[in-house]
Ligand binder design. Sequence first.
Ligand code: C2E
Ligand code: CA
Ligand code: CA
Length: 274
Amino acid sequence: AQSHYYFYDSSIKDLIHEKHVLEMLLKQANANQDFFLVFQPQYEIDGKKLIGFEALLRWNHPDRGFISPAQFIPVAEETGLIIPLGEWVLKEAFRNIREINETYETHYRISINVSPVQLQSQKFMDTLLDRMRAEKISPSWIDLEVTEGAAFRQGHSVEAFFDHLRELGINASLDDFGTGYSSLSYIKRYDIDRLKIARELINGIHEEDSAKEIVRAIILMAKGLHLTIIAEGVEEEAQLSLLQSMGCHEIQGYLWSKPVPRHELEEKVIKPSL
Ligand code: C2E
Ligand code: CA
Ligand code: CA
């Protein structure tokens, strides 16, 4: 038992140490050099009609190589560094979708992950509007993917934020539905257009009855609330056909494409679909 405790102790220390290191590296990072966006296509349920792309952040550290967003986003949130980093993501995502839609004369949508920490900041709406105007993009091209987050402060300001998005014509999706991060009370409270069913649930739908029935129920409920439903993490044909039979509207996942850099998105995803 003794050695077990020692082990536990040192692994906690490692975790804390790793967090400090990440925090330091994040503070030193130069967004324009070390960060870039990759894009993953989203399709209508037929799996053919392209509707837009989710922008996902990548960090290529000069010495450490690639660091996963699952590792550094939580640190960026805790330290507040997500605010400047999130602004950089907005700017880059807007620039990319403008260039793409101008080049191909399309109306693709860009889905941008927004941390609850950003949403709570009073300045976020102003930043969003400034960026939108500076990049001259249509509000209908924007979709914000939000989660409830663990320490979400409930309140009128968040309600007003979603109402304001609706007035502007900007879309909002509740991300990771079916995990601890997003719940039913959120949809009831806030004016949201789309529900994204979490990969963790989609994973098992073709193998486990429970996952299948939960997803079926989520889709029924979301339809009753007039929400659009997108499934993420679709990897298998069997998952796709189930989702089709359940009346899901949109899909995203490795079955079509991994998140890819801009040039690859154009060559392998956009051009073949035109
Ligand atoms: P998320 O928003 O749930 O994004 C989906 C994640 O699933 C992405 O991981 C994506 O690469 C991965 N994925 C997509 N399709 C499949 C599939 O078919 N199978 C499997 N196994 N995985 C799939 P990624 O890019 O590592 O991002 C992890 C998380 O980091 C994201 O989860 C999101 O919460 C966060 N994140 C990424 N970029 C940003 C950002 O710009 N801002 C914020 N606030 N968070 C971000
Ligand atoms: Ca997302
Ligand atoms: Ca997810």
